[in-house]
Write a protein that binds this ligand. Structure first.
Ligand SMILES: [Zn+2]
Length: 234
């Protein structure tokens, strides 16, 4: 009798110990049924002045004067954009790609001159003046509506191919830029599949600095700047 009592005591102690263990080390909760099936939407970065939208409907304030820094010869960009460009140029070089600036910051007066020249070109081709003004604006932005007036946009080519035409997209430099610019805070501003939204022809050479976080988000979600800034209106 004593013997069986002591066995019961041992069993009791063992089971208590087991219960104790269970309490000390609870199994991880089975939460597979509450996990979302897809990854959660990445959080939208905070807006800042670098996502300024400049287009035909959103002209620049005339007094905007960015702090400029040289990037190549007389070409300048806004300071942060300039540093990002130089870092990108160096990274491209490491990959055997040579980047060449074709255009960078443009004062608004220069923009006016470019636009007027483009209008003249179309008039010469036989367009009526009013129509020439409209068609020209799809190629050269009207004064104050060009991103080049912000100091945040740069036209990039390569020594072997310096023409600002769609065929530039086929060059290794353009392909490198399309795949890597966001890593430096730049976005391809006028993509081929967004011309109806941007109102600008496909420009595989025109890159716009928006900063690292914004560029990453826009690149990963295939958003042009018009679409991206609209997210902040909600
Ligand atoms: Zn441009």
């Amino acid at each position: 009798m004593k013997r069986s009592l002591s066995w019961i005591a041992v069993l009791l102690i063992l089971s208590l110990a087991l219960v104790g263990c269970t309490r000390v080390q609870p199994e991880p909760p089975d939460n597979t049924d509450i996990l979302p099936e897809t990854d959660p939407e990445p959080a939208l970065p905070e807006p800042d002045p670098y996502i300024i939208l400049v287009n035909a409907d959103n002209p620049l304030p005339e007094d905007m004067q960015p702090n400029l820094k040289a990037i190549q010869g007389t070409f300048k960009l806004e300071e942060k954009a300039a540093e990002a460009y130089l870092a990108m140029k160096e990274a491209a070089k490491q990959d055997g790609i040579s980047l060449l600036v074709a255009s960078a910051y443009r004062p608004q007066a220069k923009q006016e001159e470019l636009y007027k020249n483009k209008v003249k070109e179309f008039i010469k081709q036989g367009y009526p003046e009013e129509e020439a003004a409209v068609v020209a604006a799809t190629i050269v932005a009207r004064p104050g509506t060009s991103e080049h007036n912000t100091g945040l946009a740069v036209d990039i080519v390569t020594p072997d191919f310096q023409r600002l035409i769609e065929a530039f997209a086929e060059t290794p430099a353009a392909k490198w830029l399309a795949a890597n610019a966001h890593r430096f805070g730049f976005v391809l501003r006028y993509p081929k599949d967004k011309t109806d939204i941007t109102g600008i022809i496909y420009e595989p050479w025109h890159f716009r600095y928006v900063g690292l976080e914004h560029a990453k988000y826009m690149y990963e979600n295939n958003l042009c700047l018009e679409e991206y800034v609209a997210l902040f209106d909600d």
